[in-house]
Design a protein around this ligand. Sequence first.
Ligand code: PMP
Length: 366
Amino acid sequence: SSTSARTTEPGEPALRDVVSQLPGYVAGRRSSSDLTAALASNESHEGPLPSVLETVLQGAGRINRYPDMAATELRERIAAFVEADADEVAVGPGSVGVLQQILAATCGPGDEVVFAWRSFEAYPILVSLTGAAPVPVPLGADEGHDLEAMLDAVTERTRVVVVCSPNNPTGVAVDHDALARFVAAVPPHVLVLIDEAYVEFVDEADRLDALGLFRAHRNVCVLRTFSKAYGLAGLRVGYAVAHRGLAEGLRRVALPFGVNSLAQRAAIASLDAAEEVRERAAAVARERRRVTDALRQAGWDVPQSQANFVWLRAGDGLRSALNDAFDRADVLVRAYAGDGVRITLADPETNDRVLAVLRDRSAFPS
Ligand code: PMP
């Protein structure tokens, strides 16, 4: 299959061992028709905001020019939004691009990076590429981060601890006080990277104050994206809020012009439309509550998601039965071997198609 490791033939330029051994990032499948519900990639189901589309179309006439390499206006606008300084903001092609910058700037052979597992699958891949060792720490019984076990996994060689809240793919958010205690206990040479790709969907009362932790600790950095709630997945733009030294390092390792001119314009216009973005995210959160309640009533054991998706833990028998049922219903979801199935939330009608597939827990293997 396209995901299996492939090495070059003798006599061809060789791949580094670490690259031949990488599993390869598997993206969610694409929808094959308008009838398919594409719920495999945690994208926004809504089209771009009209004001954002308009500014992208306006910018299209200037794509013969390079973008602003320093993304000055965008970084200033993000800085105002997160109440930081523009020198404390770094941007990249998606937050995965910024994550690669962070790891490239901080890690190398002999180093270790601690993260929860299962979590975002780019973590072990990007860590391995730096030559550092990935140190996955199993999620707790509630499908959330086990911060005590993660603290125990920190050694002298640890350079970065990644905390993903809400966690992809389980949706469970980290508790603020628990994370504050964790940050206080981690040695100051360890960077605590808080990946908040789904922060906009978290209920206000449960939101952790990652930016507050950033302000209080030199070793905390926050990663965010325009791909999810802002609906710009196709344009690729994400950012980190990091202390000056690290932010400067990220700009040094970044691919020049990595955030294209249309992405820069669209992200700025999206910040102008913050209220619309907030309303869209709130609608997804309402659907999350409705879907979670309905699934629990149907007999499913659903963790408390704070993101724009829900998670069904499933061993391989149940997982393949679920996969078949969703295939028959023309609904694309994301199945993880051995672990479970992640379903992105969309509009009420599409979510009802999901609920129809899952209406009866007892129809599936245990
Ligand atoms: N972090 C998490 C937790 C994610 O789930 C994703 C996307 N699946 C990303 C980062 C990267 O998203 P992007 O590169 O589109 O910003």
